[in-house]
Design a protein around this ligand. Structure first.
Ligand SMILES: *[C@@H]1O[C@H](CO)[C@@H](O)[C@H](O)[C@H]1NC(C)=O
Ligand SMILES: *[C@@H]1O[C@H](CO)[C@@H](O)[C@H](O)[C@H]1NC(C)=O
Ligand SMILES: *[C@@H]1O[C@H](CO)[C@@H](O)[C@H](O)[C@H]1NC(C)=O
Ligand SMILES: *[C@@H]1O[C@H](CO)[C@@H](O)[C@H](O)[C@H]1NC(C)=O
Ligand SMILES: *[C@@H]1O[C@H](CO)[C@@H](O)[C@H](O)[C@H]1NC(C)=O
Ligand SMILES: *[C@@H]1O[C@H](CO)[C@@H](O)[C@H](O)[C@H]1NC(C)=O
Ligand SMILES: *[C@@H]1O[C@H](CO)[C@@H](O)[C@H](O)[C@H]1NC(C)=O
Ligand SMILES: *[C@@H]1O[C@H](CO)[C@@H](O)[C@H](O)[C@H]1NC(C)=O
Ligand SMILES: *[C@@H]1O[C@H](CO)[C@@H](O)[C@H](O)[C@H]1NC(C)=O
Ligand SMILES: *[C@@H]1O[C@H](CO)[C@@H](O)[C@H](O)[C@H]1NC(C)=O
Ligand SMILES: *[C@@H]1O[C@H](CO)[C@@H](O)[C@H](O)[C@H]1NC(C)=O
Ligand SMILES: *[C@@H]1O[C@H](CO)[C@@H](O)[C@H](O)[C@H]1NC(C)=O
Ligand SMILES: [Cu+2]
Length: 584
């Protein structure tokens, strides 16, 4: 076997921002607040998006490209005090903030230095629509080949709409191993606030390396299928009780919670992102009301709440008015509902600390949690609460309606798998689907789970969940319009708020339930549609939606995609790739 010399292939002489960028201030008091927009490209009237006052319609042309350079590698980290081997971006996890103004282009070069053992990789921009750039969606086996160990790949993506999101690896469950980070697009806002507090990740956290968990989840030993998380983190910080460590792993108590500073009387924008691998989270702040103003990328009519529900992949922007005393301190909470089947957590209570003006840095707040609900459907916040601010009525006459049944079963070799219409997804890394469709070959392997919707204009999909687990469903390339949801069979007629239905990019498919979604097929490509629970995705809970193959045929896919496949092909000639799960 030829061992690839990673360092020489990376051409380190040309790297721009590896050293020096490894200090992660996320969750620390010195973390910068965010601006209303980036000012290095002001247009004549002062705002990069000109006179536009709402994010409706196509993005403005700013003429700006923002460039980022990411080095992926293995490293040791101990965000909650427990030392583990992680995957890092420029030496840190979460990776650096990517930010841009509405309409900018963003170019991100990923260098794959994941060695010992080697792994391929690919990076996805959650909720980015990728109009005219479907090859930059970052799903290996669909929009590209994996980025081979020792090689680099540049994504070019457009900031098509303002809002809060994250980027994460889409290769196996690598994001649960640390490959993710925040992505913010500035633009006109339908609400006013004083200070942008920036991204706040809420997530479960596992002490075992992701590939060991995946191997168990897709393995044949039934006692190892359930994987409780070890901790719940806010901005990748938490404390852990090191007395629970029995195998000698280095661990220190009181690693420290994330902290934020509030000035009395100011209104803060918090950009919440659920980057979990396996569980639902309720977010709240003791003694404070949240004003929820957006769900995923969609601005919604503001509503007040004591908590907001975040499924994996979901985002919520909330405004919080600092009404406490100047010397007060309060807990911010990310609480996993630790009951079947919504979450399995050994430490479900994530906390961070908000310090007011003069509160000492080591203040310990009083415990005053808002009550959280018991909801065994693990649902998103009710649809009647989340009302899009800019309405888009439902087209009640879809051109095609397709039913898809998701089943959990143990297959003939004793592995636990999910099947979609009797077929568990399996990625073919060496033959990505978008380039295949671009060559005019629409005959796909069964295990690619491709649903070809031809030139249909309005596509409706009726998803049935035949099992007891919740599945936060994520569609790439579109916001899904939520037509209907609920237990059991859909009656085929009931639709929810047709004059202004909810739309977003992640929506919960509850246990033994239906979820009916639709989209206007105006974005040609091959788009992933999958459960965002990393372990369910590993078990094959995944389909591809092929939209407008005639237009896909006419696309000019950049040559970098083919060069990436050539590098992967060369790599796989000399190396056996351990594809431990479905691959995506
Ligand atoms: C590549 O990864 C190794 C650890 O696996 C690390 O020691 C080395 O510094 C990395 N190279 C670069 C250029 O980051
Ligand atoms: C299955 O896993 C359990 C728990 O880790 C272990 O005790 C048992 O020996 C395993 N069974 C087999 C057949 O490997
Ligand atoms: C830490 O865990 C140990 C062992 O289970 C337990 O005895 C101790 O009470 C725990 N400490 C705290 C502060 O929870
Ligand atoms: C994130 O979403 C998952 C899946 O719905 C959920 O189990 C988990 O509790 C959520 N985490 C947080 C911190 O909201
Ligand atoms: C928080 O609210 C509780 C009542 O819900 C009150 O007793 C307590 O004093 C408040 N704490 C602060 C610091 O305002
Ligand atoms: C929501 O909360 C804000 C700030 O706490 C308050 O100004 C507003 O009146 C509340 N709205 C409703 C409908 O209760
Ligand atoms: C989490 O909080 C709940 C409610 O306060 C409590 O019952 C539970 O013991 C806590 N769990 C842990 C592991 O601290
Ligand atoms: C939303 O629907 C729930 C039942 O699903 C109901 O209890 C609640 O009152 C409704 N809220 C509004 C604002 O209509
Ligand atoms: C069962 O599923 C596993 C994991 O996807 C797969 O490797 C195996 O080939 C499957 N067995 C059969 C008989 O299809
Ligand atoms: C899945 O298999 C079942 C049982 O073999 C069969 O009845 C059903 O028609 C199949 N569904 C699809 C979509 O192929
Ligand atoms: C089309 O793609 C399929 C699946 O990869 C492959 O089996 C088949 O040989 C291809 N057909 C042609 C004509 O290339
Ligand atoms: C619409 O989609 C269905 C189901 O995928 C397909 O059979 C049909 O050919 C499509 N119609 C057009 C006009 O492309
Ligand atoms: Cu799932």
């Amino acid at each position: 076997m030829v061992k690839v010399n990673v360092i020489s292939l990376l051409g380190l002489g040309s790297l721009r921002c590896v050293a020096g960028s490894a200090i992660n201030t996320l969750g620390m008091l010195e973390a910068p607040t965010l601006p209303k927009f980036l000012t290095n490209n002001p247009l004549p009237d002062g705002k990069p998006w000109g006179k536009l006052t709402s994010p409706v319609g196509s993005a403005p042309t700013t003429g700006v490209t923002r460039r980022y350079d990411f080095m992926f590698s293995r490293g040791v980290s101990s965000p909650d005090g427990f030392q583990k081997d992680s995957l890092l971006i420029n030496g840190q996890s979460p990776g650096p903030l990517i930010h841009a103004n509405w309409g900018d282009w963003i170019e991100i070069t990923v260098h794959n230095n994941i060695t010992n053992p080697d792994e391929g990789t690919a990076l996805h921009w959650h909720g980015f629509l990728q109009h005219n750039t479907p090859w930059s969606d970052g799903v290996p086996s669909v929009s590209q080949c994996p980025i081979a160990p020792g090689s680099s790949y540049t994504y070019r993506i457009r900031a098509e709409r303002p809002g809060t999101t994250w980027y994460h690896a889409h290769y196996s469950a690598q994001y649960a191993g640390g490959l993710y980070g925040p992505l913010v697009v500035y633009g006109p806002s339908h609400v006013d606030y004083d200070v942008d507090l920036g991204p706040i990740f809420v997530s479960d956290y596992f002490h075992r390396e992701y590939f060991h968990i995946v191997a168990d989840v897709v393995g044949t030993n039934a006692t190892r299928w359930g994987q409780p998380s070890d901790n719940t983190m806010i901005n990748a910080r938490a404390n852990f009780n090191c007395s629970l460590v029995t195998d000698g792993t280095p661990c220190h108590n009181n690693a420290g919670l994330s902290k934020f500073r509030f000035r009395k009387g100011k209104t803060y924008r918090l950009r919440l992102i659920n980057s979990s691998a396996g569980g639902l989270v309720y977010f709240s702040i003791d003694n404070h009301t949240l004003q929820v103003v957006s769900a995923d990328f969609v601005p919604i009519k503001p509503y007040n709440a004591t908590y907001v529900t975040l499924n994996i992949g979901n985002r919520a922007d909330v405004l919080v008015t600092a009404a406490g005393d100047k010397d007060a301190a309060f807990y911010m909470r990310a609480t996993q509902p630790n009951y079947f089947p919504c979450a399995r957590a050994n430490q479900p209570n994530g906390t961070a600390i908000i310090l007011y003006d003069s509160a000492a840095e080591n203040s310990i707040p009083a415990e005053n949690p808002h009550p959280i609900p018991v909801d065994t459907t693990c649902s998103n916040d009710p649809l009647n609460l989340t009302i899009p601010y800019y309405p888009e009525p439902l087209n009640r006459q879809p051109s095609v309606t397709r039913q898809i049944v998701a089943t959990l079963l143990v297959n003939a070799t004793g592995n636990q798998v999910y099947e979609m219409d009797n077929s568990s997804f399996h990625a073919n890394y060496n033959n990505p689907l978008l380039p295949q469709a671009n060559r005019g070959n629409l005959t796909f392997e069964r295990q690619s789970n491709v649903y070809n919707f031809g030139s249909n204009q309005t596509v409706r999909i009726v998803f049935y969940n035949n099992n007891q687990a919740p599945h936060p469903m994520h569609l790439h390339g579109y916001d899904m319009t939520i037509v209907s949801l609920g237990p059991g069979q859909w009656d085929g007629t009931t639709v929810f708020r047709p004059d202004n239905p909810m739309r977003r990019d992640v929506q919960m498919l509850s246990p033994f339930s239906h979820l009916v979604v639709q989209f206007e097929a105006n974005n040609p490509g091959v788009w992933a549609f999958h459960c965002h629970i990393a372990w369910h995705l590993s078990m094959g809970f995944y389909i591809n939606v092929l939209v407008r193959p005639d237009e896909v045929r006419r696309m000019q896919i950049p040559s970098a995609t083919k060069r990436g496949c050539d590098a992967w092909s060369k790599y796989t000639k000399d190396h056996t790739v351990q594809q431990i799960d479905d691959g995506a």
